[in-house]
Design a protein around this ligand. Structure first.
Ligand code: F3S
Ligand code: F3S
Length: 148
């Protein structure tokens, strides 16, 4: 199932995440659900190799939002973004496919504010895990402010 287009209404804020390489924060929305990642053979194999259980992770980001339960670590979004909004969660600062830690890795939207709304990431993601919406900037700002 692709990312829920109405996730800010249908989900709650469950945390915020800091980019390990900058002072940027993004919101995490939940609850998550078992979706494409839980049924993908590459992802499942790498969870088994790590001896870890696949658990719901939720949606990272608000105006550039990635549903981590649908992200199968394809990597095309990281390489397609002209302004490098995304990096690998488990390999910060890196954006190439060969840089993914393994298929348990995720596209981390660490530079939402740099988005120029080109929509390349939305179009290329094979599981439609990404929603980009300028209308959600205000929601992001309100939620981030509530943490301070
Ligand atoms: Fe990049 Fe996607 Fe924005 S490709 S510029 S994050 S719409
Ligand atoms: Fe994940 Fe889709 Fe990007 S599967 S790595 S969000 S292209």
């Amino acid at each position: 199932m692709p990312i829920d287009p109405d996730f800010p209404k249908n989900h709650a804020v469950i945390g915020k995440s800091k980019d390990p390489l900058s002072d940027n924060y993004h919101i995490i929305w939940g609850p998550g659900k078992l979706a494409e990642a839980a049924f993908d053979e590459n992802v499942k194999a790498d969870y088994v190799a790590r001896n870890e259980e696949i658990k719901p992770m939720g949606i990272h980001g608000t105006f550039v939002a990635v549903d981590w339960d649908s992200c199968i670590a394809d990597g095309i979004c990281l390489m397609s973004c002209p302004v490098k909004v995304f990096e690998w969660y488990k390999n910060p600062g890196k954006v190439l496919r060969r840089d993914r830690a393994d298929y348990t890795d995720k596209a981390n939207p660490v530079k939402e504010a740099d988005c120029i709304w080109c929509m390349a990431c939305v179009e290329v993601c094979p599981t439609k895990a990404i929603k980009v919406d300028q209308a959600n900037v205000e929601i992001h700002e309100k939620e981030i402010a509530s943490f301070n």
